[in-house]
Every structure is written in structure tokens, then in C-alpha cells.
Design a protein around this ligand. Structure first.
Ligand SMILES: C=C(O[C@@H]1C=C(C(=O)O)C=C[C@H]1O)C(=O)O
Length: 353
């Protein structure tokens, strides 16, 4: 008789457990839907004010015999697992630039040329656009090698404000004219969002320099243009910060982003920066974006450009950038690290062989 009582009570508990289970699952569905909405609006998953409101409401309605303390304890556990679930779901989806979100490589079209499709892309040119004659000489050399891109700085982020700051829009006009003549595509850095509109007609790819990698208003601005962006890694940026900077651009509507490892700041003085070669396969693994290596700025010395370029391609870089100048000794910027055209000829021949 005693056992029958116990069994009856337990059977009733079993029934209630099933009801609770169903209700908790219904609640979980709603929690997930709230999490998706929060993702869209960029809201935090944990909302202590909302949790407090729920607790107050339940305390008011609680008629016992369960104490408020016990009820609060149970609900706090429910909140805790709900927040965790929302965070896990949103983390799983990953960033837009993440491989988790898109497994295929992003291939970027630049006026009929594809970047990131398997064949390496080479981007060469002087540090700064200085004159029509200078750009002609570089462009003719590139075109003779069958190359498709030319780079050159018009807006220069110089460490010293007294150094050559670039020719600005005039420089871009020179480069664009020369590039048309030799059927080359133009890559150049923009430092200020207010220059974008005037500069875009002369550019095929907009470069965001290392010093502006976390200039979030500039990243948002290039997120709204319809030309590809080459984003350089910041001087002291972690890979995670770099990837998040790329996310800013894609998140604002421009999916055509390329990453460029250009060396990071360390204690080592033998090179201008320390090339983080492992960043290349990590970025290839964690994102679906094309990855470049700037061999000039990462090393700052011409004698190791060839092995560094080979190393970059060997670890999976989609492209190489380097500086080439017809007369490096009189260059208005980076005189020591740019290859002369003769040095460039030897470098390129050896790179391909
Ligand atoms: C479901 C939400 O997310 C979290 C979980 C809550 C819950 O389980 O009720 C309440 C607030 C948030 O910490 C929400 O914000 O409504």
C-alpha cells in the first residue's frame, strides 16, 4: 500500500516532467529566435535587465509552495543555459569572411582578371607615383613581362610629416593614364574616406594601408564601394584583429576583399618588420579571402626578396607585392628598399624558374 502511494506520486511527477520538457523545448525555440534577432541587430546575448524583469514578474505571481529563492535559482539556471545556447549558435555561424560561413575560396574579378583562382597574382610598382616618365618606365617593364597590375602610392602615410606626402589625385591620374596605355590594372592606397569619390575613377583596386587597418570609418566607407579592396595587416595587429577589420568591409556590403600580410612589429632589427609567414596559411584556413604577401615592406631589404617571395607562394599566398622603381636611389620614398628595373628583371626571372 505504501509503495502504491509512492508510485502514484512518482507517476504524476513523470507526467509533469514531460509537460515541463515540452514547455522548456518551446521556450528554447523562442530563445533561439531571440538570438537570431540579436545577431541581426548586433545586440549582446546576455541581457540582465530583461532577466531581472522576468524574475520580478514571477515573484509577483508565485503562490508557493515553492519559495521565491528556489524559483529564482531555477530560472537563473534556465537563463544561463539560454544565453550559452544563443552564443554557441551565433559563434557556429561565424564571421562573413570565415570559412565556416563559406567554404569555397572567394575569387575576385578585376577587369577580366581573376585573383584567388589558383594562379599567383603579381603586383609591382614604385612606392610613390612621382612622374609620368617614372610610371611609363615601370609600366613598360611590367607589360613586357605579361604582368597585369601596377601599384603606386599617391596618398602616402609617411611616418614623418616632413616627408614626401604623395601627389594625391594628380598622381592617380598619371598612373591611370599610363596603366591604360599598357593594359594594366591600378592598385593604390586611399587614406581618407573623403578622397574615395574623386579617386575611384582612376583605381581598379583600393588599398587600405597598415596604418589604417583599424580606421573603422574608412573600412565602412570601402564597404560601400563596388571595387575590390586590398587590406593590409596593421603594424601590430593580431590575426584576429586583421580578420575582424576585413569583416567590417564585407559586413557593409563589399565582399571583394583581399588580405595582405606585410610584416608585424617585433624586437627583430635584421628586417624592417617581421614577416609572419604562418599568418598566410592561417588566413587561408580561417577565411575564404585571397591572401597576398608584401615582400618589400615586410623585409625592407632587397637581398632576401627572392627566397621570401618563394616562401610566400609555397605556403599558399595568392599573390605577391613588391616595390620597383626605375631609379631607386633618387626615389622620393623608400629609396633603400625598392628594386631597380634591372634587379627586378633578375628577381622575376628567378621567381618563375
Ligand atoms: C532570451 C533572451 O536572452 C537571454 C536569455 C533570457 C531568457 O532565457 O529568458 C533572458 C535574457 C537574456 O539574457 C532575451 O534577451 O530575451
Amino acid at each position: 500500500m505504501k509503495n502504491e502511494n509512492l508510485n502514484q506520486l512518482r507517476n504524476r511527477i513523470d507526467e509533469i516532467n514531460l509537460q515541463l520538457l515540452q514547455l522548456l523545448n518551446e521556450r528554447t525555440e523562442l530563445v533561439e529566435a531571440v538570438g537570431r534577432e540579436k545577431d541581426k541587430q548586433g545586440l549582446k546575448k546576455y541581457d540582465p535587465i530583461r532577466e531581472q524583469q522576468i524574475i520580478e514578474q514571477l515573484k509577483e505571481k508565485n503562490q508557493g509552495p515553492m519559495s521565491d529563492e528556489m524559483m529564482v535559482h531555477i530560472f537563473k539556471e534556465i537563463f544561463k543555459v539560454s544565453v550559452k545556447l544563443q552564443e554557441e549558435k551565433s559563434h557556429k555561424k561565424g564571421l562573413l569572411v570565415s570559412r565556416k560561413n563559406k567554404s569555397e575560396d572567394t575569387v575576385i574579378e578585376v577587369n577580366g582578371d581573376s585573383i584567388g583562382e589558383g594562379e599567383a597574382t603579381f603586383v609591382f610598382g614604385p612606392c610613390s607615383v612621382e612622374s609620368q616618365e617614372q610610371m611609363e618606365r615601370v609600366a613598360a617593364n611590367l607589360a613586357a613581362k605579361g604582368l597585369k597590375y601596377i601599384r603606386g602610392g599617391a596618398f602616402k602615410p609617411r611616418t614623418s610629416p616632413y616627408d614626401f606626402q604623395g601627389l594625391g589625385i594628380e598622381g592617380l591620374k598619371i598612373m591611370s593614364e599610363v596603366a591604360k596605355k599598357y593594359d594594366l590594372r591600378v592598385i593604390s592606397e586611399i587614406m581618407d574616406a573623403s578622397d574615395l569619390e574623386a579617386a575611384l575613377p582612376y583605381l581598379d583596386v583600393v588599398q587600405i594601408g597598415a596604418r589604417n587597418m583599424q580606421n573603422f570609418s574608412l573600412l565602412k566607407a570601402v564597404g560601400h564601394i563596388n571595387k575590390p579592396v586590398l587590406l593590409k595587416r596593421g603594424l601590430s595587429a593580431t590575426i584576429e584583429e586583421f580578420v575582424n577589420a576585413a569583416e567590417y568591409i564585407t559586413m557593409h556590403g563589399n565582399p571583394n576583399v583581399m588580405l595582405c600580410e606585410r610584416g608585424i612589429r617585433t624586437y627583430e632589427k635584421a628586417t624592417r618588420n617581421t614577416l609572419d609567414i604562418s599568418a598566410v596559411p592561417i588566413l587561408k584556413r580561417e577565411t575564404h579571402l585571397p591572401v597576398f604577401v608584401d615582400i618589400t615592406h615586410s623585409t625592407g631589404r632587397k637581398d632576401i626578396l627572392l627566397p621570401i617571395a618563394k616562401a610566400a607562394l609555397a605556403v599558399g599566398a595568392d599573390g605577391i607585392m613588391a616595390e620597383v622603381h626605375p631609379n631607386p636611389t633618387v626615389a622620393l620614398s623608400d629609396a633603400n628598399q625598392q628594386m631597380s628595373l634591372e634587379e627586378f628583371d633578375v628577381f622575376f626571372k628567378n621567381l618563375l624558374s
